[in-house]
Design a protein around this ligand. Structure first.
Ligand code: ZN
Length: 471
């Protein structure tokens, strides 16, 4: 058995549906969806590139592996000298990008578990054999050119070429990443003709790969296709770091102010529609703050911002407190049961107190405007590296100013539906019940007949098992 995972970075399910209906993605329809199917699943919070790849390759949530965002603050190191301060202000968006691999907590990756793996254009390479990451140099060069010049089709074509070249090679698992749709979306909008061309490019690449496999007399592998997050057009850049400075709080932030003198707070943005705040970042305190230790006036001012959909922090006793304007609830977990306890209003509009298992709660929250919010907030705050306070933006807003080069005209990172929903397609059956991206790795291992070491538990469950139960 062989499997190919195609990660279409930033693909939105509604765009995919429209292009499928127009007949613009014939190869995806014929070789993946006809033998299997596709669903609208949900990703993780923060819904951002790299962080949201972790479920596909580790079967676990980012918070379970110690990666709370694409940027985060290492509280212990933030008190050091200038070099330590720069290191402490972690950002996988620049030269620290490769550190993502060593920052992920010890756990076997898909590449460790399937040694005959090859990957194309991935930021996560842990467990790959020497030489099994294809086009790393072209990824670096074409990737940074694309970032500043918008030349993403050249990068995606390089991925296509490397993928097709592997059609007759010996491998069991292929991990193929197309970054173009996400990249072009940031510069334009999710429905822009140049973005739609990105979907067609991926479809043509799939067709070319299948044709090459057939020519070389091989059998088709199983295909799994998914995105790591969605995207929305940004109408408002609400730069929280700049606001905090205006309110009198010196703010440690990327890219130029990681050495901010007398910093009272650090802001670490992911996506750009989520931000994590760390208070008194130079105090040397390593343990995260809980609700009563977070400055109330700052929290109230932040919650009053129209751009903020939700704020969350660690509860003083246990679990997480989530707040929206005028509503507050506590979320906690005991064994398999998750409790949602509104104390003011009903921030998730679930009709009041609930105590449900993980999958039931996923189903209950799936069609709210914050799908899977209880599980996603619990998983994030598992990590002591997560901020003291996290903000998720509402539709049309993000947390970084227009000064960013290039400006993000569209983005993601929040807990809102348009960022959390992703297409999940497979050439094998999928269940009707709600699914998450974290379910894909156990599903692929199952398909490949690879057993997990007894000591390892994953956050996802194999879809294949649930598919057969539902059929
Ligand atoms: Zn992405």
């Amino acid at each position: 058995m062989r499997a190919v995972f195609v990660l279409i970075d930033g693909a939105r399910p509604d765009v995919l549906r429209e292009l499928l209906a127009r007949g613009d993605l014939p190869n995806l329809a014929r070789f993946v969806i006809e033998p299997g199917g596709w669903r609208v699943g949900t990703t993780v919070f923060p819904s951002t590139t790299g962080v949201a790849y972790i479920p596909f390759l580790f079967g676990r949530y980012p918070g379970s592996t110690g990666i709370p965002g694409i940027r985060w603050l290492d509280r212990a190191a933030a008190t050091g000298g200038w070099r330590e301060q720069w290191r402490a202000a972690r950002s996988y968006c620049g030269v620290q990008g490769p550190w993502l691999n060593s920052d992920i907590a010890p756990a076997p990756s898909m590449f460790d578990l399937v040694p005959e793996s090859i990957a194309i254009c991935t930021p996560i390479t842990r467990g790959l054999a020497n030489g099994a990451h294809r086009i790393p140099l072209r990824r670096a060069i074409l990737g940074s050119a694309a970032h500043y010049l918008g030349t993403y089709p050249a990068l995606d074509r390089a991925v296509q070429e490397a993928w097709v070249a592997l059609a007759a090679a010996p491998w069991r698992f292929l991990f193929v990443v197309f970054p173009g749709i996400d990249g072009t979306t940031h510069l334009k909008d999710p429905w822009h003709p140049a973005v739609l061309d990105g979907y067609r490019l991926v479809d043509r690449a799939l067709g070319a790969f299948v044709a090459r496999v057939a020519r070389s007399g091989g059998e088709l592998p199983a295909f799994f296709v998914a995105a790591d997050h969605g995207a929305t057009v940004m109408k408002e850049h609400c730069d929280v770091a700049v606001l905090l400075e205006q309110w009198g709080f010196a703010t440690l932030r990327h890219p130029m102010h990681v050495w901010r003198r007398g910093a009272r707070v650090a802001t670490m943005v992911s996506g750009n529609a989520s931000v994590q705040l760390y208070f008194e970042p130079r105090s040397g305190r390593e343990t995260p703050r809980t609700e009563s230790e977070i400055p109330r006036d700052v929290l109230q001012r932040l919650l009053a911002l129209p751009a903020v959909r939700l704020a969350a922090c660690r509860d003083d006793m246990d679990g997480v407190v989530m707040q929206t304007r005028g509503a507050r609830a506590r979320i906690s977990q005991t064994l398999d049961l998750i409790r949602y306890q509104p104390t003011d209003g009903d921030p998730l509009n679930l009709g009041g107190y609930l105590e449900l298992d993980d999958r039931e709660l996923l189903a209950r929250t799936r069609n709210t405007d914050l799908p899977d919010a209880p599980r996603q907030l619990l998983q994030l705050f598992q990590s002591a590296r997560a901020g003291d306070l996290v903000l998720a933006a509402g539709p049309g807003a993000d947390f970084r100013g227009p000064w960013e080069i290039p400006e993000h005209r569209a983005g993601h990172g929040s807990l809102i539906t348009e960022h959390m929903e992703v297409p999940i397609a497979a050439s094998v059956p999928l269940p009707e019940s709600p699914i998450r991206t974290v379910d894909l790795m156990p599903t692929m291992l199952d398909y490949l007949g690879v057993a997990l070491p007894q000591t390892i538990t994953l956050d996802g469950t194999p879809l294949s098992a649930r598919a057969s139960r539902y059929s």
